[in-house]
Ligand binder design. Structure first.
Ligand code: NAD
Length: 474
């Protein structure tokens, strides 16, 4: 654990195994944080926040420290990327990209530090001469909870937003992938973030995570994970109404119109689902194709899937790594079985790969229908379902027939179709003629059960700020 500027054992002395999903081997032991450790970490964060150890520093000093932190991450990018590959299994090139994405979040948020301000307003009535203004203040102690699919990028985005706002932080990374979060906090400390301001407590969600959400000294909970756990958090915070921000699951639709450039569509739509073995919240897992190009797209994506090199993330030829755990592989195989038994046709993959590690072939289902389990539920694996659609007439009905609303894609040669589709789809992120590009300068988040609020961009800081209005009679 990293608490109050130090690496420390759990109070219980217990540890848990850290596993390499490409080999199934245990590669290390991590201290197993529990409620007592969360108490220690929250106490450190509370003490530093109440004393103003971080937020009372002048903005330029906080900004310099965040920049220094990002420089240290850049210095150590290879080491951090290797940690991510060992812990999560993703290909090394993807891991480098994920660390770079976390790094750019820190630099973007360092810029925001100097741009957090309120405003003044004209006061209309009451016969009084009033000067009024608003101030934005850091919300307090932020409890951050992250998933295992992009461990570093997610933790770096959340923690740099919280720190930029002036909050003190307790981060609970996913139990499957705790390694890079610990190193990230050590580097923040090395860069000058005062001790106790950024604490990391790995542990199980239902114990350490739950304790963090319940803790009365935590002011804001910022969570990325499944919709099921997100709902549970909301029930928990109903007790004390602490602020909660949710980045949750998705079942994102992608539409290919007859007039799209099919040579570009095939690799883009395929990697829109197979990147990171489909363990991406906004993965384009439902593909709708217009009639004239349907057979061509199904054949092209199936061939592309068969050609993807699946292997250990350290093999430079690997385009797709394993799933994160044996449990996740079983879950994905269960969905593939459901697809078959409900009548969808497998045109590529459909099986796991024998041997050590948790590999599953990229899998394509054609002739799927909206009622099938694989078209309704988030699989979080390399599985795509392909259906037909007619055009703008049924795009919204098909695309929006989901409880989720995280992403959606449109491939078309028509500017008019692109904008009409973007307007009709109920999702927080729309991609036209590409899929899945994100940038830390723009807000990211979901409609409906894909979450509450936005992370990233200028909007991302709001979750970590309180706003105060001041009226002064002159
Ligand atoms: P998960 O919900 O099982 O776990 C996420 C985190 O919550 C982990 O750190 C876990 O330990 C913790 N947790 C579990 N139970 C808890 C509890 N009772 N109280 C507090 N914390 C608890 O999700 P996962 O399987 O790790 O990640 C996959 C999910 O995350 C998918 O649904 C995916 O779509 C979603 N996700 C969303 C985004 C986004 O930005 N919208 C990004 C990445 C992943």
């Amino acid at each position: 654990l990293f608490i109050d500027g130090e690496l420390t054992d759990a109070i219980s002395g217990e540890t848990f195994d850290v596993e390499d999903p490409a080999t199934g081997q245990v590669i290390g032991q991590m201290a197993l944080g529990a409620a007592a450790d969360i108490n220690r970490a929250v106490a450190a964060a509370r003490r530093t926040f109440d004393a103003g150890d971080w937020w009372k520093k002048k903005y330029n000093e906080r900004q310099e420290i965040l920049w220094r932190w990002s420089d240290l991450i850049e210095r150590d990018i290879e080491f951090l990327a290797e940690l991510e590959v060992r812990d999560n299994g993703m290909p090394l090139a993807l891991a480098r990209g994920m660390i770079a994405s976390g790094l750019s979040a820190i630099r973007y948020n360092a810029g925001i530090v100097s741009k957090i301000y309120g405003h003044t307003a004209e006061i209309s009535g009451g016969g009084l001469d009033i000067h009024a203004y608003t101030i934005k203040e850091p919300a307090g102690v932020a409890g951050l909870i992250t998933p295992w699919n992009g461990p570093f990028a997610s933790a770096a985005t959340k923690s740099s937003s919280a720190l930029a706002a002036g909050c003190s932080v307790v981060l609970k990374p996913a139990e499957n992938t705790p390694l890079s979060a610990i190193r990230m906090a050590e580097l923040a400390f090395e860069a000058g973030v005062p001790k106790g301001v950024f604490n990391v407590v790995p542990g199980y969600g239902h114990i350490a995570g739950q304790a963090l959400v319940e803790h009365p000294d935590v002011d804001v909970v910022h969570f990325t994970g499944s919709t099921a756990i997100g709902k549970q958090l909301v029930r928990t915070v109903a007790e004390d109404l602490k602020r909660v921000h949710l980045e949750l699951g998705g079942k994102s639709p992608v539409f290919v119109f007859n007039d799209a450039n099919i040579d570009e569509v095939i690799p883009a739509a395929a990697m829109g689902i197979f990147r990171n073995s489909g363990q991406v919240c906004f993965a384009g897992s439902r593909l709708y194709v217009q009639d004239r190009v349907f057979d061509q797209v199904v054949a092209g994506i199936s061939e592309f899937a068969k050609g993807i090199k699946v292997g250990n993330g350290f093999d430079p030829a690997s385009q797709m790594g394993p799933l994160v755990s044996a449990k996740q592989r079983e879950r994905v195989l269960g969905y593939i079985e459901a697809g078959r038994s409900e009548g969808a046709q497998v045109t590529a993959g459909g099986t796991s790969i024998d041997g050590s590690g948790y590999f599953v072939h990229p899998t394509v289902f054609a002739d799927t229908s909206a009622d099938m389990t694989i078209m309704r539920e988030e699989i979080f694996g390399p599985v795509i379902g392909i259906s037909r659609f007619n055009g703008l007439d049924d795009l919204a009905a098909l695309g929006n027939a989901t409880t989720y609303g995280l992403g959606a894609g449109v491939y078309t040669g028509s500017v008019s179709t692109a904008h009409k589709a973007a307007k009709a789809l109920k999702a927080g992120n729309i991609w036209v003629n590409s899929y899945g590009f994100t940038d830390k300068s723009l807000p990211f988040g979901g409609y409906k059960q894909s979450g509450w609020g936005r992370e990233g961009g200028f909007e991302g800081i709001d979750a970590f700020l309180e706003q105060k209005t001041v009226y002064v009679k002159l």
